[in-house]
Write a protein that binds this ligand. Sequence first.
Ligand code: ADP
Ligand code: MG
Length: 641
Amino acid sequence: MSANVKEKVQERDRRQEEGIDVAAWFKQHGESVAVIGSGALTLMAWLLSGQSQLSVGLFLLAYIIGGYAKMKEGIITLVKERDLDVNLLMLLAAIGAASIGYWLEGAVLIFIFAVSGVLENYTLAKSYREIASLMDMKPEMAVRLIDGQEHAVKIEELQVKDLVIVKPGERIPADGIVKDGVSFVDQAMITGESVPVEKATGEEVFAGTLNGQGSLIIEVTSSSESTLFSKIIRMVQEAQSEKPASQQFMERFESTYAKSVLGITVVLIMIPPFVFGWSWTEALYRAMVFLVVASPCALVASVMPVILSAISSSARKGVLFKGGAHLEILAEIKAIAVDKTGTLTLGRPQVTDIHAYQGYERNDILRIAGAIEMMSEHPISLALIEKAKEEGIELIRPNQMQSFPGRGVAAEYEGLNWKVGNADFVGSELFDEQTRERINELEKQGKTVIYLTNHEGLAGLFAIKDTIRLEAKETIAQLKNLGIAVVMLTGDREGTARAIADEAGIDEVYAEMLPADKVEKVKEMRQKYGQVAMLGDGVNDAPALATASVGIAMGITGSDVSLETADLVLVHDDLVRLPGAIRTSQKARRVIKQNIVFSLTVIFLLILSNFFQFLTLPLGVIGHEGSTILVILNGLRLLKS
Ligand code: ADP
Ligand code: MG
């Protein structure tokens, strides 16, 4: 292990021990207490306003307790980013109000501002909780080998010295040493470089890294808690870089705007006494009212509460967004590319016909094909293995295999080189006239035909029928209703693809697509439509998922690579949730627009009435803070959507 990798692994283990920082999410509780305290102190100070010294003391306390959290945020922005934000503006306004004797207004300002902070944190914590409970429902599994038998176990149950098999495209469930097999492993999760590293017998592999095209048998060297779950939570936590475009814009805007407000406030104090002949107290008062009403609190609170509420309500329905940015893009998609096997269909296909050639028995070809497919993760391989088991055939796994996503698998078995896969992969020149007719007939019935070949040619033929998901048709209809073009991209053959597409109600079909073809098609669609989504489950879909504006993976049938690559996961494989999520995202976008227009209007009106000297400081505080709270509550509506 190179020094670099070693360091990174140690770093990872440290982070794992620290665990997920739950405390941070719930720090809002402390803030709630502070808000209540500051409110109570303000009330007391107001009731005691006859005894001015005591009352001022209580106000001071209310300022400190209520303003502490926001002041910290404001100072952090000032020191770390050398930037001004609304937190500091509000505190300046409160201090300014107090300086001209308006203690109560300043305290109310701080109190309501702190309430808005608590509300925002509440949405944040809620969305984390929804996501966490969502992921809890999907325990991460590994395949343990005991005397050559495969057993599915939860990752947490793995123990040192256990043997596990990792199929192509799967995440490596625990740190370990390769005992058998060769494959390239993507260690980007640890090293940050996504150049696949070759792993052969005796080499170390790490939990959470992604297996490539080969199959590996691994001896566990340390048990692991690095589940996809903890990783996704961390990702959501670190989602700073994934902020939606509107929020990024808002943050850039906030700093310039805050500086201008401060600048104008200074001008307002200095100029009017000379130009309009205002008294200094009057000028200071107007300037403070301006500082309060012009602060962009409502504007700044326009986006994130909406996004977080939408993410959390989607999570409750089984749609996991990996970041706010994807929500905003999803609202704008004009077209969606959909994979067939495992996505539109259940991905639990059944073998319906078997034909043997070269003098092989039916059971022989089932035994050979089944054994080779034991090393693959494709739905078709499961069908062949199931069938063999049903017939009481014992399967012995080959030592090595190569998977060709979207085509098939190759392996050496009992001294011969075999291929199992589609016609293109094994070579369609191997079929005679009679076989061709048979194939056509089977494909017309919507069946997928798979071939077993060796150096002598065709040895076996299997027809496999997958059932379309119950809700597929409904989903496609709803997507079309939303004005979204639906296109099917499949690695399967034209005839089979058409049969399934007709059933689902899809008109545009592209068949026999290799992973790279799917990428090309998605690129083409982006040229044509703008924002394009891709929905898929397989190892072969992962590159296209990454190419699409929004990649969507299937939580249950989905391969680990697809789950990792996608921006959105349908956790329960429930397709109908997708149009629902699109509607939620569109609603979120509308609410964000409403919020922005509303807060700008309020700011404008308040500034105007202040300029004409209509506005008192208490009214300014109520108008300004009231609009902030309204905007947040408007966002929270999406929790119920
Ligand atoms: P889809 O794009 O519809 O999800 P894939 O691209 O995964 O389908 O597979 C395309 C075709 O490649 C399958 O219909 C099958 O003929 C062949 N194929 C892929 N993987 C395997 C495998 N493990 N065993 C046999 N055939 C396979
Ligand atoms: Mg698929």
